[in-house]
Write a protein that binds this ligand. Structure first.
Ligand code: TPP
Ligand code: MG
Length: 409
């Protein structure tokens, strides 16, 4: 936008920047605040951006209570005194009204303005999701709701503004336009070739150290924990099968990745080592693979099987983080420096998002020992990592690990 405006007479601001955000991203990602801070600086200003926050009250599987400390997702915009309009997404006419106000404000004052479009997510997240597992009560409410289109049609027809026939015609017309756009986009696809990931040389391990083995009883204890549900707890129908499978794996082997990881955590817990894991959607797991926390389908109550292994076990903490990499990884680094007896894990949603915290890796994880003699055993879980740059040259570098299955048999 700024580049476009710089070829026009100074101060005309004839291009209108519109940024669309998610609620979790707007509250969590530091770059949002950095960009807001730029908005009035002479080197960066664009004459006001209209920010539309599509606030569906959830970030993938993460609830607002885990995603921000502020009341509103949009509160960071208060730092630049931007007007913030909170509007009900179920009420299209109010949305249009607010959009007009935001536009007029931008045109008059050439400053940023925010529209917080409060709505909900009907169909789960695009990366493989069943929200009834993590937000059972909210899902039930949403399922029982009529769609925005239905509600608005009813009110238009009820008011006599349009007839049912006119509605059907408008719907057909709109769908035709979507079809045309879809066909055109499809035809325009260039078929770009994906970049093949570079193959990484295999790391030679010198056998499995004897000391990391655990007994069959410990494996069984962990398997049992996933079926010993609290009294009256209603397990989600799709998850029960997985829990039974975990019991079976603990007896008969064929252990999958998800359970292998839980065995690693669980066996450390049994030995008295605390385990802390934080990351985006880590409680359920990005790939619906972990289920370290289960939600009662009927009342939403939580159950953490690994917190109920034995009397004297270590404490188990697992958190969905805010939508941050930089601050979130740095926090776990600091935590691990202090909690030397704990297994402290930060999990990237996908491995390459760790790049957003690359300076934490460079400045602390891989070099703090050399710089300050400061040790950390923070463990980074980087699923599907292909492009994370972990420096290999600094002396005695790197407690960075791409795997967490430290103690499975
Ligand atoms: C920098 C970065 N970190 C993590 C992700 C993974 N991720 C994709 S969507 C999502 C949740 C987004 O929530 P929100 O901002 O509320 O948008 P919504 O999907 O609800 O519209 C996350 C964590 C990402 N895409 N980019
Ligand atoms: Mg959201």
């Amino acid at each position: 936008m700024r580049a476009k405006q710089d070829v026009k007479p100074i101060g005309t601001f004839s291009w209108l920047p519109i940024l669309v955000h998610g609620d979790a991203a707007f509250a969590g990602q530091g770059v949002v605040v950095e960009t807001l801070q730029m908005s009035q600086l002479r080197g960066y200003r664009t004459g006001g951006t209209i920010h539309v926050v599509v606030n569906n009250q959830v970030g993938f599987t993460t609830v607002p209570q885990d995603a921000r400390s502020s009341v509103y997702a949009t509160d960071v915009a208060k730092t630049i005194q931007a007007p913030i309009f909170h509007v009900n997404g179920d009420d299209p006419e109010s949305v249009v009204h607010v959009a007009q106000l935001a536009f007029e404000y931008r045109e008059r004052f050439h400053r940023d303005v925010v529209v917080d479009l409060v709505c909900y997510r009907r169909r789960g997240h695009n990366e493989g999701d069943d929200p009834s597992m993590t937000q059972p009560l909210m899902t039930d409410l949403i399922q029982a709701k009529r769609s925005v289109r239905r509600l608005y049609t009813e009110s238009l027809v009820g008011r006599g503004d349009i007839t049912e026939e006119e509605y059907e015609e408008a719907k057909r017309d709109f769908q035709d336009r979507l079809e045309v756009a879809f066909a055109e986009t499809h035809a325009a696809e260039t078929g770009a070739t994906p970049i093949a990931p570079e193959s990484t040389p295999a790391v030679e391990l010198e056998g499995t150290p004897e000391t990391t083995a655990v007994s069959q009883q410990v494996i069984e204890l962990i398997g049992d924990a996933f079926v010993n549900k609290p009294e009256g707890f209603t397990v989600h129908s799709k998850i029960q099968q997985l829990l039974d499978k975990r019991l079976d794996m603990s007896r008969n082997g064929n252990i999958d990745w998800g359970f292998g990881e839980l065995l690693a955590f669980g066996s450390l817990l049994v030995e008295g080592t605390p385990v802390r894991l934080a990351g985006q959607d880590s409680r359920r797991g990005t790939f619906v693979q972990r289920h370290a926390v289960l939600h009662d389908r009927a009342n939403g109550q939580e159950w953490l099987p690994l917190a109920n292994l034995s009397e004297n076990q270590g404490r188990f903490w697992v958190y969905d983080s805010l939508l941050s990499e930089y601050a979130a990884m740095a926090f776990e680094y600091g935590y691990s420096v202090e909690a030397t007896n704990a297994l402290v894990l930060w999990e990237a949603q996908f491995g390459d998002f760790a790049n957003g915290a690359q300076s934490v890796i460079d400045e602390y994880i891989s070099s703090a020992e050399q710089k300050w003699g400061q040790h950390s055993a923070v463990t980074l879980l980087l699923p599907t990592a292909t492009r994370v740059r972990v420096p290999t040259t600094p002396p005695r570098a790197s407690s960075v690990s791409c795997s967490c299955a430290r103690r499975t048999t």
